[in-house]
Design a protein around this ligand. Structure first.
Ligand code: SF4
Length: 232
C-alpha cells in the first residue's frame, strides 16, 4: 500500500496551518542547526504537546545558555522548576543533566565530534548516551541525513501505521519505521511530507476520537473499514 501522491496537495492544504513559525523567542532553524540544542529540545518534547515543549524551551533559554557545560552543572531541582511548563519536569531535568555530563566527559562538550564517525556508527553512539532512545536518536539523525534515511517514529506515527494496517499491532519500532518509509512518498520532499503526515496523525487520527470521516486516507484504512463494513 502506498500513500497516493495526488493527495500531497490536499495534505498541504489541510495541514500547512500547523507548521511552526519562528518568532523572537524561538527560532527553529537555530535549534535544528545546533546538534546539542536540538537534542535538548527533543528531550523536552518527550510525552508532551508541542506548545508545552516550546514553553519549556523558551523558559530554559531565558535562564541559561543552552550548552553542555552549563547544563551539566545545574541542580536538578532548580532545572526542574525552570522546565516545569513541559511536564515530566523532574525526569527531564535529570535526563538533561545526565546527557550534558556525558557529552562533556566523552566529547569534550562538543557533540559535533560525533560526526567524525561513519554514518552508521553515529546512531549507535547516540544510543550509548543514557537518556537517548531510538526516537530521540532518529530525530537527530533525520536532522543530519533526512527522514528518507532516518524516519522518526513517535507515538502518533505508531498509532496511524497500526490503524492504517501497514503493520501489526505488535510491530516494533524498526518494523513501523520501515513500513512508513515504504508507504510515504518521501522522494518528493522528505521533511515536508513527514511533518504534514505527522499533523494528519496527530490532529485527524488522534488517539481518543479519530476523525475518520474527514480523513483523506479513510478509503484505504483498515481501522475505518473495520468500523464501516457491515458484515453480510
Ligand atoms: S481513517 Fe481514521 S483511523 Fe484511519 S488513518 Fe484516517 S483518521 Fe486514522
Amino acid at each position: 500500500m502506498k500513500f497516493p501522491k495526488e493527495l500531497i496537495k490536499e495534505l498541504e492544504k489541510r495541514y500547512y496551518k500547523y507548521l511552526w513559525k519562528d518568532n523572537e523567542e524561538l527560532n527553529y532553524k537555530e535549534i535544528s542547526s545546533d546538534l546539542f540544542k536540538h537534542l535538548i529540545f527533543t528531550i523536552l518534547s518527550q510525552n508532551t504537546s508541542s506548545i508545552n515543549t516550546r514553553r519549556a524551551y523558551i523558559s530554559l533559554k531565558k535562564h541559561y545558555s543552552i550548552d553542555p557545560f552549563t547544563l551539566s552543572k545545574l541542580d536538578p531541582k532548580e532545572l526542574s522548576e525552570i522546565i516545569k511548563p513541559g511536564g515530566l519536569h523532574n525526569i527531564k531535568a535529570n535526563r538533561i543533566i545526565k546527557v550534558s555530563k556525558f557529552i562533556v566527559e566523552n566529547y569534550g562538550g562538543d557533540l559535533r565530534k560525533i560526526l567524525s564517525y561513519p554514518k552508521e556508527e553515529i546512531r549507535k553512539k547516540l544510543l550509548e548516551i543514557d537518556g537517548i532512545g531510538e526516537k530521540t536518536a532518529d530525530v537527530i539523525m533525520s536532522s543530519l541525513f533526512g527522514q528518507k534515511e532516518y524516519f522518526v517514529v513517535d507515538t502518533h506515527m505508531k498509532r496511524i501505521a497500526k490503524r492504517l494496517g501497514l503493520v501489526s499491532e505488535k510491530a516494533n519500532y524498526s518494523e513501523i519505521q520501515k513500513a512508513l518509509k515504504e508507504f510515504l512518498p518521501l522522494e518528493e520532499d522528505d521533511e515536508k511530507i513527514w511533518l504534514l503526515f505527522w499533523f494528519l496523525a496527530k490532529y485527524t487520527c488522534n488517539a481518543k476520537k479519530p476523525k475518520c470521516k474527514e480523513c483523506i486516507l479513510n478509503n484505504m484504512c483498515k481501522y475505518y473499514k473495520g468500523k464501516t463494513i457491515v458484515p453480510s
